[in-house]
Design a protein. Structure first.
Length: 281
């Protein structure tokens, strides 16, 4: 048995996943104070918890911003690096029947990757993502605890802070239902509750990401958008993206293990190394 390990190394958070005969082995996330500590801690815990011996591992594939710090063996095993955008594309496409799609990788910021019949390329991105939620929450809610932010947002009422079409017009506009957002935070008052502010922050970020990929795809026939990253776990995704699907005649997909798909794509880059060998170093 030979296992390929894919690792997405962030600044302090490492995500790790294994592929064994094209089957995903339990993914895992480990957080530490720096990339190296996070990487070694994640790898050691992963192989221990899954009962994997070093002899069973064929290759360790690294990607992510923190992977640049790693240029030596990992517990004596050879490692290789692969392009993060390639990893996003491969991870997003895995297990789907889509040949044409846009990958929306929602991290600290958000990147967009186009997958078109085997061709994978980065097309841009926006500086809005999880970092925006945390930064605005520090300023407005005096917290950066993700669980607390989500709990507050779940109790908030978005109509209390966002100006909607129904607030400025008594009938729907072409392509814009009455509950569509006319202005983010356009109705917020100085004494808005923390719950409503939290809901406004989360909605603003998710709506901005969704609208940005829709605009980025206007000159493309692609209407399938695959969402990756930790933000896919936000409960508000279930409300916001279906509304956009109806408005813009597109499809948003959140695959299983969405937050681990970049690590999965790194492993797949090795599994499919004959195709992508020029992007593996």
């Amino acid at each position: 048995m030979s296992i390929v390990i894919g690792i997405d190394v962030g600044g302090s958070t490492t995500k790790i996943i294994g592929i064994d005969n094209n089957t995903i082995k339990n993914p895992m996330t480990v957080t530490a104070t720096d990339p190296i500590t996070s990487l070694f801690g994640a790898f050691g815990k992963y192989i221990y918890d899954n009962g994997i011996s070093l002899e069973e591992i064929e290759k360790v594939m690294l990607t992510g911003v923190g992977s640049a710090y790693v240029n030596q063996l990992l517990y004596g095993l050879p490692t290789a690096h692969t392009d993060e955008f390639l990893a996003n594309g491969l991870g997003a496409q895995y297990g789907s029947e889509l040949n044409k799609l846009m990958v929306v990788s929602m991290g600290t910021g958000t990147s967009f990757v186009k997958v078109d019949n085997g061709k994978i390329g980065h097309i841009g991105g926006i500086g809005i993502g999880g970092g925006t939620i945390l930064g605005l929450s520090r300023l407005l809610l005096k917290t950066q605890n993700v669980d607390e932010i989500i709990a507050l947002a779940n109790q908030g009422v978005i109509e209390n802070v966002d100006l909607q079409i129904k607030d400025i017009c008594n009938s729907a506009l072409p392509g814009l239902p009455l509950d569509a957002t006319a202005s983010t935070f356009g109705k917020a008052s100085a004494n808005a509750s923390k719950e409503d502010i939290a809901a406004g922050i989360v909605h603003m970020v998710l709506q901005s990401i969704g609208q940005s990929i829709i605009l980025a795809s206007l000159n493309s026939p692609i209407k399938d958008f695959v969402l990756l990253g930790n933000l896919t776990k936000l409960p508000q995704c279930r409300d916001i993206f279906p509304i956009m699907e109806r408005m813009y005649n597109c499809r948003f997909h959140i695959p299983e293990f969405a937050e681990y798909r970049t690590a999965l794509g790194a492993a797949l880059a090795y599994v499919q190394k004959q195709i992508y060998k020029d992007i593996i170093i």
